[in-house]
Design a protein around this ligand. Structure first.
Ligand code: AMP
Length: 411
């Protein structure tokens, strides 16, 4: 299967060639003809499967064919994080670089100057990639015209819902015409995404690609270690195994900063990426990591969602992810676009039950390993059951009503 056989025109094929893509990925094969045909889509695809091009190529081709004199934004992409928004916007700009007319794409995201963004919208941006919060600000201030919107794309819809997106949705929908093409991409389809899709999509076509090929190329390990020894073990592994390009996940912003500081003190080039850092610093860290100027990035989930940095050799779950979905997302940072990679999860006594649940729900079962010098010590945590209620001691509803004087006393 070639890109040309999917119905793409020469100017898109030139951009695809420039990006170095030879054949479409499975999600691209399925999605591109449907996007070109103007269908609503509900697509299940992990990051790393080429999903951005799966929606962007067809959307750009359709946009170029439209009348450029119609005012306002024509294509709106919503993403859960600023970093992903910037990445998706870059992809649109690259894929549109050979278009017969100039297509302007921009981000509308927090942490950047509102005035600059307003000026660029007024300057005729046709494609906007936004995070919901900042977009709502623009809508409330009448600073963006969505009345001629032709395509709405939700990228990583499952994550957006976790961030309270459902509550913001009505405001967004109220600003756009009801007749439009809707494309919803999500790595997983929990109940809340299905509900959202029913509100948004009109007789959508459903497509999915097997997540297996991506996850299968990742070598997964579970290393048992006491919590207090995780930092030392991490430094030991990075140094002795000469890890080159590593993302370490922590559950808190503070944990990420502390760990990055400790790694630097041990002579390892590391920086933290989390939501409490100013946007400029987040951009800088991501840039330096993607250019391999630092070898380790210590990140929280929110800052890292959907980030496409190539050549990541190791992903470490220093703290456990909250859900099986987050586990899959985290480890999906490595082994992208056919490369191989390792994912290592640290598990202490207090994590065993939670990790077992993640394994069960994600359908993976990893051997427990220990590293010499860092063996797990102490006793497993036995889950204590609460004391069983003593039969006959609990007050009945009638007893409570009697006490309150609402029923006559017992004879
Ligand atoms: P995504 O799933 O959109 O985050 O894309 C993951 C990575 O795959 C990105 O680095 C893309 O540039 C790359 N990619 C997308 N489509 C193709 C393709 N057809 N062939 C090779 N690489 C691709």
């Amino acid at each position: 299967m070639s890109f040309a056989s999917l119905g793409l025109e020469d100017f898109i094929l030139s951009a695809v060639e420039k990006a170095g893509y030879e054949t479409p990925t499975p999600i691209q094969e399925q999605a591109i003809p449907l996007v070109l045909a103007g269908c609503d889509l509900m697509a299940q695809a992990q990051t790393g499967t080429g999903k951005t091009a799966a929606f962007a190529l067809g959307v750009i081709q359709n946009l170029v064919a439209e009348d450029s004199h119609v005012p306002g934004v024509k294509v709106l992409v919503l993403t859960p994080t600023r970093e992903l928004a910037r990445q998706v916007c870059n992809s649109f700009q690259n894929y549109a670089s050979f278009a017969p007319r100039r297509i302007k794409a921009m981000t509308v995201i927090g942490g950047e100057s509102i005035d600059d963004q307003t000026a660029r919208i007024e300057n005729g941006a046709e494609i906007v990639v936004a995070t919901p919060g900042r977009l709502i600000d623009f809508i409330e201030h009448d600073a963006i015209d969505l009345s001629n919107l032709a395509v709405l794309i939700l990228d990583e819809a499952d994550k957006m819902l976790d961030e309270g997106f459902a509550e913001e949705l009505d405001k967004l929908l109220g600003a756009m015409p009801s007749e439009r093409q809707n494309l919803l991409f999500s790595a997983t389809f929990p109940e809340k995404v299905v509900k959202l899709s029913k509100r948004l999509l009109c007789s959508p076509l459903e497509i999915s690609v097997d997540a297996e090929p991506t996850v299968n190329t990742i070598e997964q390990h579970c290393i048992e270690v006491n919590h207090e020894n995780r930092g030392m073990l991490l430094r030991h592994l990075i140094k002795t195994e000469s890890w080159k390009h590593t993302i370490v996940f922590t559950s808190t912003c503070r944990g990420a900063s502390n760990l990055a500081t400790k790694l630097r003190a041990a002579g390892i080039g590391a920086s933290a990426l989390h939501g409490e850092l100013p946007q400029a610093e987040r951009n800088e860290v991501l840039y330096r990591f993607s250019k391999q100027m630092i070898s380790v990035m210590v990140a929280t989930d929110i800052a890292c969602r959907g980030i496409d940095v190539s050549g990541i050799s190791h992903v470490v779950n220093f703290d456990l992810p909250r859900s099986p979905e987050d586990y899959i997302h985290r480890i999906g940072r490595t082994a992208r676009a056919g490369e191989s990679g390792k994912a290592i999860t640290f598990v202490g006594h207090e994590d065993q039950a939670h990790f077992k649940l993640i394994e069960k729900r994600a359908g993976i079962f990893l051997d427990r390993e220990q590293i010499e010098g860092f063996e797990l010590t102490g006793d497993p945590i036995v889950q204590q059951r609460g004391a069983a209620p003593v039969k006959g001691k609990k007050k009945s509803k009638k007893d409570k009503l009697r006490e309150a004087g609402l029923l006559p006393p017992k004879e």
